[in-house]
Design a protein around this ligand. Structure first.
Ligand SMILES: *[C@@H]1O[C@H](CO)[C@@H](O)[C@H](O)[C@H]1NC(C)=O
Ligand SMILES: *[C@@H]1O[C@H](CO)[C@@H](O)[C@H](O)[C@H]1NC(C)=O
Ligand SMILES: *[C@@H]1O[C@H](CO)[C@@H](O)[C@H](O)[C@H]1NC(C)=O
Ligand SMILES: *[C@@H]1O[C@H](CO)[C@@H](O)[C@H](O)[C@H]1NC(C)=O
Length: 956
């Protein structure tokens, strides 16, 4: 509203009858009052207008009295949908022309009743709304012209509400990341409640369709965490709109108009605001935690002063006691959003990790009397449930990652058991992506992991649907699949908690989002929730040890360990994986006898274990309960074994010099220096031990580098105590590693390739020259971290040049290689190998924007495309925390190929293929025994590692 306009006759501006019914009472009352006051004002002004200085007891009523009273009447209105919202038959987001859709014969999980029910039935979508769920009334169907009604036969597939991501930076940190569209964090100060993510919403983010293809239909776009108060979030639906504008994507505008002012004519909707405590705002602005907390208190004190002034002003004004009141309503355009927090109209989303920060924030909420909707990231919340429960108003919900932790100090105690423990304490659990930190396309996988580690299935599904909807104040329209809700539905190809669950179709506002979905039939066992293992003991140990449970496994004390109830044994022979035993059908299930860490004999039935009788005195028996024994996995791509906490340089080996950018000191050989990762190895890092406990028995790591030359990688045992222990160093030197691309900010890509050309043609001297000599001779692989297909093409040409020149055959391996699928045939023909940096690609940068997304957006994933071209392909990771998830990544990658890859080939992706590509010729024959199911899915748990090389069995 324009405050400079005189409101001489404000009666005309009285709110219209279009205002929500719930305020009708109050409205009538104050309209009467307003009319009286206005009449009084008009007469008083004209009567006393000429004698304002007089001592008359008559009161001056401000010119904008009506406007002020209007504001007063709104002060305590709480946000929420209009009362009759539940009766709606069409959505405000309905796009005319959208066909009604009948999804027949789905297994419907509605989210209702605490997420505990599902039933077979049909779903009718029309006018942007779920019209019916269950048995659809034929009379309802007869309303549609048959040619309009789109009918989908779900054949019993699972249907859920669309996924709600409560913490995303989609569109403000958009993909690919470009300097011109990096709008997530303002650098203008610690306190910025007046900023709005909507104002930076990039509608050209490549991630929209990717996220939708994972079932995400609604995202809360939040400003980043560089500020204590970073600004207001935008809650958007992800589908493209006719208008193509940011505003048209908003789920519900908090205002009727697109300004920041409440319009009294409509129901208020919830606003969302970002807060952050701890390391991020400290580093950017405030300095210390003490400074950040003061910044919060100063800001809230300012907001409180305004709120109190308004309340006091209105208390008098509404009684007509204008005497002594200022002519203007006390308000401040800049602070109105924070005042609204104090009025309980804003959902506060607080990025906050650590006990000290959680405690600070809880005290602040009690000091200023506002509540926090959710603590996000919140890695230590599971340690302090009572603190959370003492927050003002209500305990905050907790929005978490599944297993992403230890990337900085305040996430060091992050636990995979946090969702389970928090839920057991009666706190609401939400899984979130922090997209693009995690690709929100796979937000459901966070819920799957939470479930795997003990969060009940109903709560795990609610954690990405109904619970965030409720916390956002939107559970009247999203997060549930029920009559009257937005027509946001996902039809899955398996049970949504099964590994690799992929949408067959996604509807947003009743509009199908996948033009030609590629769907592979999934095995029957994936159609029901996975029978996950029990982790009660591990969760209890985590609490006992204040978040840092001991992770080193115990060596078996008996020389003989007998595994019973084994369904399958796979072993490595050279770079191949063979089946040693299959006892899937045998009634008694198989047995395996291990003596001094080596398999002595194996048989389909324990009673026929020939070697058992000689060896079993004092043997330890381990019942695998139908589980399997399979080759230990290998992790490559992150600094695993070189660092403890990514964000803490003192816990890490550090970075090597880039000879294209730095003057490399002569004392290490100048630019002829070669750095060996083995010299920087750290053992018993938590990520290495977590990896070990999840079947990753070895790691190959190159020196940390963002420049051209990284150095020589090393292969090590993830479960060893130190590098001098027997078998800890598997192969001191593996491959030579270089980087080509823009990650370094160094010279041009062509300059980098020019340098490699010289080095490959023998221009190198000293140690570096010697290593390149080995590459040129073809005895050592050159692993080139490169994403872009054009750069890969140049490197393939370079390889041919060198080979022609020296009549050799080079071992080139492209690592990262997100765009390698575009050159699958050429890479295959060149005899090069590929290590995909991530099993599931994301267009983080321009150089890797051309992803092959895999189902449902493409029939093949990169693994299948490269495999089909005879490329030796393997999968890697980028962050050390990911190492533990290798088994799921491999299993998932194979599922995406729709049966093209066998289970042995899936294991090879993260073991033998990696060894082949990385030049690992040393013996690495560790085996992993799992209980319940096999290594690659959610039904199993690692029970033991059998290490012939180290001569031991480790019991988890
Ligand atoms: C919801 O389900 C969880 C886990 O299954 C249970 O602990 C909780 O008590 C249930 N809540 C209600 C209100 O039934
Ligand atoms: C629903 O689908 C299941 C699985 O394909 C099938 O067995 C069943 O007969 C179908 N029911 C109806 C009513 O079509
Ligand atoms: C913005 O506000 C104007 C004025 O109320 C309204 O006409 C217009 O439809 C609004 N735009 C959107 C996208 O909501
Ligand atoms: C891959 O190898 C197989 C067997 O050697 C051969 O038949 C096929 O043509 C090759 N495919 C490509 C794309 O090179």
């Amino acid at each position: 509203m324009d405050k400079s306009l005189p409101t001489v006759l404000p009666v005309a501006a009285a709110p219209s009858d279009a205002r929500p019914a719930k305020c009708a009472h109050r409205r009538r009352a104050w309209r009467l009052l307003l009319a009286t006051v206005t009449l009084f004002a008009v007469t008083q002004w004209s009567y006393f207008g000429s004698r304002l200085e007089s001592s008359s007891p008559a009161v001056q009523v401000p010119l904008h009295a009506a406007e002020i009273l209007d504001k007063c009447s709104l002060l305590n209105v709480k946000p929420g949908p209009p009362k009759d919202f539940v009766l709606r038959e069409y959505s405000d987001r309905f796009v005319p022309g959208t066909n009604p859709t009948l999804i027949k014969n789905a297994t419907i999980w509605t989210g209702e009743f605490n997420g505990t029910v599902s039933w077979r039935g049909d779903i009718l979508l029309d006018k942007g709304v779920v019209q019916q769920v269950g048995n659809i009334d034929l009379r309802v169907l007869s309303r549609f012209r048959p040619e309009d009604l789109v009918t989908i036969d779900a054949h019993g597939s699972w249907a859920t509400p669309g996924i709600v991501d409560m913490h995303s930076h989609l569109t403000v940190d958009s993909a690919p990341s470009l300097r011109g569209a990096s709008d997530g964090n303002s650098r203008k100060g610690p306190i910025l409640p007046w900023l709005r993510a909507l104002d930076a919403l990039n509608t050209h983010d490549d991630a929209f369709l990717l996220s939708i293809s994972g079932g995400v239909t609604t995202s809360l776009v939040l400003p980043g965490s560089a500020n204590a108060i970073g600004g207001q979030g935008a809650l958007i639906k992800l589908r493209p709109t006719k208008e193509r504008s940011p505003t048209s994507m908003l789920l519900e505008s908090p205002y009727s108009t697109n300004t920041t002012e409440y319009d009294p004519k409509v129901a208020f909707r919830w606003r969302q605001m970002k807060h952050a405590c701890g390391e991020n705002p400290d580093r950017v602005y405030s300095g210390t935690r003490m400074d950040t907390t003061w910044a919060f208190r100063q800001a809230y004190n300012k907001a409180r002063e305004i709120k109190v002034a308004q309340d006091e002003y209105c208390a008098k004004a509404t009684k007509g006691e204008w005497a002594g009141l200022a002519p203007d309503f006390p308000e401040d355009y800049q602070w109105e959003a924070l005042v609204d927090v104090l009025r309980g109209r804003v959902k506060v989303h607080n990025h906050c990790y650590e006990t000290v920060d959680l405690d600070d924030m809880v005290r602040i909420t009690n000091e200023f009397e506002f509540s926090i909707a959710a603590f996000h990231h919140a890695h230590e919340t599971y340690l302090v449930p009572d603190t959370l429960k003492s927050a003002y108003g209500h305990p905050p919900a907790i929005a978490l990652f599944g297993t992403n932790a230890r990337y900085k100090r305040e996430s060091y105690r992050g636990s995979e058991f946090a969702p389970k423990i928090l839920a057991e304490n009666g706190l609401q659990v939400i899984m979130k992506s922090d997209h693009p930190v995690l690709d929100s396309r796979f937000l459901l996988h966070e819920a799957q992991q939470a479930h795997y580690f003990g969060l009940p299935a109903n709560l795990a599904l609610l954690a990405v649907t109904g619970t965030p909807a409720q916390v956002l104040g939107q559970d009247h329209r999203i997060g549930f699949l029920k009559k009257g809700y937005d027509a946001d539905v996902v039809l899955w190809d398996s049970h949504p908690l099964a590994l690799g669950a992929t949408p067959q179709q996604v509807w947003i506002d009743g509009i199908p989002q996948l033009a030609e979905p590629h769907v592979h039939a999934k095995p029957a066992f994936l159609q029901s929730p996975p029978k996950t293992p029990n982790f009660d003991k591990e969760a209890a140990a985590t609490l006992d040890h204040d978040g840092l449970p001991p992770l080193l496994p115990a060596h078996a004390t008996a020389r003989t360990v007998v595994f019973t109830n084994v369904s399958e044994v796979l072993v490595k022979e050279g770079h191949e994986i063979h089946e040693l035993l299959s006892a899937h059908s045998a009634a008694g299930r198989g047995g395996v006898v291990v003596r001094d860490g080596k398999i002595a004999c194996a048989s389909a039935s324990v009673s026929t274990l020939t070697c058992l009788y000689d060896l079993h005195v004092g043997a330890q028996f381990i019942d695998l309960n139908g589980g399997s024994i399979a080759p230990g996995l290998l992790s490559y791509g992150s600094p695993l074994g070189l660092q403890e906490i990514q964000g803490e340089p003192s816990t890490s080996d550090g970075y090597v010099y880039d000879p294209l950018v730095h003057v490399v000191p002569q004392i290490i050989g100048g630019d002829e220096a070669v750095i060996h990762a083995a010299d920087g190895l750290q053992f018993t890092t938590r990520d290495a031990l977590y990896a070990y406990r999840h079947g990753v028995t070895a790691g190959v790591t190159a020196p940390k580098s963002v420049g051209l030359i990284s150095g020589v990688s090393t292969a090590f045992a993830t479960g060893a105590l130190h590098q001098l222990e027997d078998g800890a160093l598997i192969q001191k030197d593996a491959a030579l590693h270089v980087n080509v691309g823009h990650s370094s900010g160094g010279p041009s890509v062509s300059t980098q390739i020019a340098a490699l050309r010289k080095l490959l043609h023998g221009s190198g001297k000293g140690a570096l020259g010697a290593w390149f000599d080995k590459v040129t001779k073809g005895t050592v692989p050159l692993v080139i971290a490169v994403e872009n297909a054009d750069a890969i093409a140049s490197l393939i040409r370079l390889k041919a040049e060198v080979e022609a020149n020296f009549d050799t055959s080079l071992q080139f391996v492209f690592a990262g290689a997100t765009e390698a699928h575009l050159l699958a045939k050429e890479i295959g023909a060149a005899g090069a190998g590929v290590i995909l940096a991530n099993a599931r690609p994301f267009p983080h940068s321009w150089e890797e924007r051309r992803v092959l997304p895999g189902p449902p957006l493409s029939e093949q994933n990169s693994v299948a495309a490269l495999h089909a071209a005879n490329v030796t392909v393997a999968i890697g990771i980028t962050g050390t925390w990911q190492a533990r998830n290798t088994r799921f990544d491999a299993g998932w990658a194979a599922l995406e190929t729709g049966g093209v890859l066998t289970r042995s080939e899936a294991i090879a992706l993260a073991s033998t293929n990696l060894e082949k590509l990385l030049g690992i010729h040393a013996t690495n024959d560790d085996l992993v025994a799992t209980t319940g199911g096999d290594l690659l899915d959610f039904t199993s748990k690692v029970a033991a590692v059998i290490s012939p090389r180290r001569g031991l069995v480790d019991i988890m």
